[in-house]
Design a protein around this ligand. Structure first.
Ligand SMILES: Nc1ncnc2c1ncn2[C@@H]1O[C@H](COP(=O)(O)OP(=O)(O)OP(=O)(O)O)[C@@H](O)[C@H]1O
Ligand SMILES: [Mg+2]
Length: 905
């Protein structure tokens, strides 16, 4: 038998099933047993009718053969995966159509149904599906999916063939569901094939229809059995009926029919002979091929290429931002951030494709909107490095010109800081809007053209990490999310949050207060594959649709707060790496041409060490020997340094030597710009830096960075440095620092613990001498800044306590002279104590506040409470983190990534 041309995978939308050959119609000659003609018989099925085959027990095998042949043809002729089988086989438990076994697991055939209960469930599902298609797809405008397709609309629903190899005894609900599916199914791509077994009619019994008048109506499906009273008969509307002639033998017009012939509702009085059943190997072969093709087809997602615009940056974001990221029944599916769908939530289990969707969105938006139309903050709280591709770096210089911030393995604090910055921007917009009487972003953009007022999209992958545990950080995060969620619409600020668990949503729910939870602000939901229970949480209580999704990238898009009526089944496009590489090239070229000064994003990589020499603030110092007065500094450095002051401190003042007060950098803050923070060594009390804690790497790095950055800001002749390595292990670090400072042109002396006493004595003497000179009204050139750098000062305790035999002064006295009176004379200390209590003891109870700024690494917050002016201190206890506090900067203790130790060379 010819199977027709395989069209698997081709012309998805154009496939139109036709008629299916099953046998031939016998055209009788004059003599009952004489020669006769035959014409092929083909039946309508998909998009047309159901099929009911009525047999005696003896013909059941022939009926199964008919079904087997028919299904083989259908499968062979339809695009793989477009026709799905649901088989009910209570008698042979699946053996009836065993040849189709390879289809299982490929999505083409479900496990054979053998129990009536399961069949009833499946019928209920099918009838729901038919109902949904009728309401949503046909929607009163079309009679059938075929009709709809003919009107030029897409068709995504597969065809489903429900094969009932045995007669289910269905009552009530089940019977109603089957008859509803049979009645409306064919319009919706669902067709039923049913084999019905009948007892042989007794001559003169109920089946004796001798008195029937005229030929039967070909469309009349009742062939003599009263379906109303027969307990096992379920009516099957819309059917083509095949009846084995044996069942009709009592009717006069069929008395001559030969056994094995059939009467059909299509052919009236003409007898039909069926084709031979296909050989088993053929069935198996076709099944195998279809299964393979279906699997291939299912794993071949649509690519992003088709959804990218031919010309970049042509869209305007005044009314919203819209991006196609998926394909659905009607073609591309667009997600939109605007006044109706302000914020979006993406959910789905691990590996379901959440991050991929976010990438699709970011690239799609970046391709359509210029960087002055849309700004991104991209935060990823997982080890995944998805957002690294937007950050620019040594291995790949590309950065997304739209990105203000990129957080990779973000710290929770960093995430909160980004939200804080966005809130500050909202305030700025609110002021601007009030000033000109604008009521929303569109109004602002029309009235004030001084800025483009871009839309701001905050993308947070695995946002639940930022909100768990429910501590201070999480509470601030939730509070900020709440403000952004509730007020974002007016200011063009949009949230796109993704999570694989419910906990993040629980955290959002914790905002539930007078005004209800902010969860409701996320009108746009995208649910990738997940459990039924999570589907209910992510979408809405009655919405389990995401629990039924089969594959990676399959999703329910819902723009109505998760209401089931808003479900759209879509396939998220795959961001082919090659296509993205091309897009990145185009973006880079366009950026270079039209925005040559676009700054790269502020990048925060959670685990990455902070490298002083790579730091933009440090680099802006640029090894300049000239005094770094703020007024004369290069613009970049000026901005960076002004920003580094955080606006909390007065601008850098001119010191006695005509120098700006140098800034001792210790690390990179775990928040937004500036890229480095530290302590300003001004000529006023308390301006020293204590580095505290047992973490050697962190402490050494901070001491070195602080001293090295000061050295970079002072012209030769303006600085002398003494470095003490009070414990042997610090000698190497001291020497590396010394050589760096020497290179800038400052005199440096390095000593070990034996020199500690002398260094302190000299600095204390110098402090007193400078005080006297000042009192005497000395008008000579100001002396250079004197910087005393001490590593592990607590290791020199013995030297500090010993009294000088002649002066009777102890090292501690000199230390306290320096800390108390030094700064006014430009004598400053950068000292590392390995324990907080050691510093307190060394400074003494009265002089504890003489060091106003400290950076601690590996010290529990409880030990820092008093030092921080009785503020709680969180963080800074893990590796690669520290807390910086400056009493004079009037800000909270802030977490920083300490600069890594300098390397030799
Ligand atoms: N739309 C898609 N089409 C094809 N493949 C996809 C699609 N989305 C994701 N994938 C593939 O599935 C894998 C997991 O995707 P992704 O990392 O986006 O999932 P996730 O939900 O973010 O997972 P996790 O919870 O582990 O972060 C990736 O290898 C990706 O290539
Ligand atoms: Mg992910």
């Amino acid at each position: 038998m010819g199977l027709g041309k395989r069209t698997a995978g081709a012309g998805r939308a154009r496939y139109r099933p036709g008629l299916w050959r099953v046998g031939q119609v016998i055209i009788p000659g004059g003599e009952p047993d004489g020669p006769h003609d035959a014409v092929p018989l083909a039946v309508p099925l998909l998009d047309a009718r159901n099929l009911r085959i009525e047999v005696t027990r003896g013909q059941r095998a022939a009926a199964v053969d008919l079904v087997r042949g028919l299904l083989t043809r259908i499968l062979a002729a339809s695009p793989a995966g477009r026709v799905r089988l649901v088989v009910y086989d209570p008698h042979e438990l699946g053996a009836g159509l065993a040849g189709f076994a390879p289809l299982r697991g490929s999505g083409v055939a479900e496990a054979t149904i053998t129990s009536r209960t399961r069949l009833e469930e499946r019928l209920a599902e099918l009838s729901t599906e038919v109902g949904r298609i009728t309401v949503e797809r046909l929607a009163g405008h079309f009679d059938s999916l075929r009709d709809r397709e003919d009107a030029g609309r897409g068709r995504a629903e597969p065809w489903t063939v429900l094969v009932l190899l045995g007669e289910p005894r269905l009552y009530d609900e089940g019977a109603r569901a089957l008859s509803a599916v049979a009645a409306q199914g064919p319009a919706c791509g669902v067709n039923v094939i049913s084999i019905v077994q009948r007892p042989l009619p007794e001559p003169g019994g109920a089946g004796d229809l001798d008195d029937e008048e005229g030929p039967p109506d070909p469309d009349e499906t009742d062939l003599g059995f009263d379906e109303e009273t027969d307990p096992v008969a379920t009516p099957l509307p819309n059917s083509v009926v095949f009846t084995a002639v044996e069942l009709l033998a009592q009717r006069p017009q069929w008395r001559d029919a030969r056994s094995g012939q059939w009467r059909t509702s299509l052919t009236g009085l003409l007898a039909v002979e069926l084709d031979e059943a296909p050989p088993t190997e053929l069935v198996t072969n076709v099944s195998r091929q279809v299964a393979d093709a279906a699997r291939r087809e299912a794993s071949r997602p649509p690519g992003i290429a088709a959804l990218l615009p031919p010309v970049l940056w042509e869209s305007d974001s005044a009314g919203g931002v819209t991006v196609p990221v998926a394909t659905g029944v009607d073609g591309p599916v667009r997600l939109t951030f605007d006044d109706d769908t302000v914020h979006a939530l993406v959910g789905g289990q691990a590996g379901a494709g959440k991050s991929t969707l976010l990438l699709d969105m970011v690239y799609g938006i970046a391709a359509r909107y210029a960087p002055d139309q849309v700004r991104f903050h991209l935060l990823d709280f997982k080890e995944g490095l998805e957002f690294a591709q937007f950050a620019g770096g040594p291995s790949d210089p590309f950065y997304l010109p739209h990105a203000d911030t990129v957080g990779i393995e973000s710290d929770r604090e960093f995430g909160v800081a980004v939200l804080r910055a966005v809130r500050a921007e909202m305030r700025r917009r609110s002021v601007a809007m009030r000033a000109i009487g604008a009521r929303d972003l569109r109004g602002l953009r029309t009235a004030d053209r001084s800025s483009a007022w871009p839309r701001i999209i905050v993308v947070v992958d695995e946002f639940q990490v930022m909100l768990t545990p429910m501590d201070e950080i999480a509470r601030e995060g939730v509070a900020l999310l709440e403000v952004l969620a509730r007020q974002g619409r007016a200011y063009g600020v949009h949230l796109l949050l993704a999570s694989q668990t419910l906990s993040g949503i629980d955290a959002l729910d914790s905002t539930a207060g007078k005004r209800g939870s902010i969860f409701g602000q996320f009108a746009l939901r995208v649910a990738l594959r997940t459990s039924i229970s999570e589907s209910r949480v992510l979408l809405s209580t009655a919405n389990e649709a995401a629990g039924a999704l089969a594959g990676v990238g399959e999703a329910i898009v819902n723009r109505r707060n998760g209401h089931p009526a808003g479900n759209e089944h879509v396939r998220v496009v795959y961001p082919d790496p090659a296509v993205l590489a091309g897009l990145r090239d185009r973006l880079a070229t366009l950026t270079a041409r039209s925005l040559p000064t676009a700054p790269p994003p502020r990048v925060f990589v959670g685990h990455a060490p902070a490298i002083l020499d790579d730091n933009p603030v440090y680099r802006a110092l640029d090894g300049r020997p000239a005094p770094l007065a703020v007024e004369s500094a290069p613009a970049a450095a000026r901005e960076q340094l002004a920003a580094a002051d955080g606006g909390d401190e007065p601008p850098a003042t001119m010191g006695p030597a005509g120098l700006a007060d140098p800034y001792a950098l210790v690390g990179v803050p775990v928040d937004l710009a500036p890229a480095a923070v530290g302590v300003r060594l001004a000529a006023s009390p308390g301006r020293h830096l204590a580095v505290l804690g047992p973490l050697r790497r962190e402490a050494v790095g901070m001491v070195q960075a602080a001293a090295a950055s000061v050295a970079e800001q002072v012209a030769p002749g303006g600085l002398v440095v003494e470095i003490v390595a009070a414990e042997p292990m610090a000698v190497g670090a001291a020497e590396i620092l010394a050589s760096r400072i020497r290179r800038v042109g400052h005199p440096v002396r390095v000593v070990d613990v034996t020199g500690l006493r002398a260094v302190l004595a000299a600095a204390a003497d110098d402090t007193r001498a400078r005080e006297e000179a000042a009192l005497a009204g000395d008008v000579g050139p100001p002396p250079p800044m004197r910087l005393v750098v001490i590593f592990a000062i607590d290791a020199g305790r013995a030297a500090l306590e010993a009294r000088d035999p002649t002066s009777r002064r102890a090292g501690l006295d000199d230390l306290r002279t320096i800390t108390r009176r030094g700064p006014a004379q430009r004598v400053h200390l950068i000292g590392w104590w390995r324990g907080v209590s050691r510093m307190s003891e060394d400074l003494g109870p009265v002089n504890r506040d003489d060091i106003a700024a400290w950076a601690a690494a590996g010290v529990p917050g409880s030990e820092l409470f008093a030092l921080a002016g009785h503020r709680p201190v969180a963080g800074g206890t893990t590796a690669n983190r520290a807390v910086l506090f400056d009493r004079h900067a009037q800000s909270e203790p802030r977490t920083v990534v300490p600069f890594a130790p300098l390397v030799r060379g």
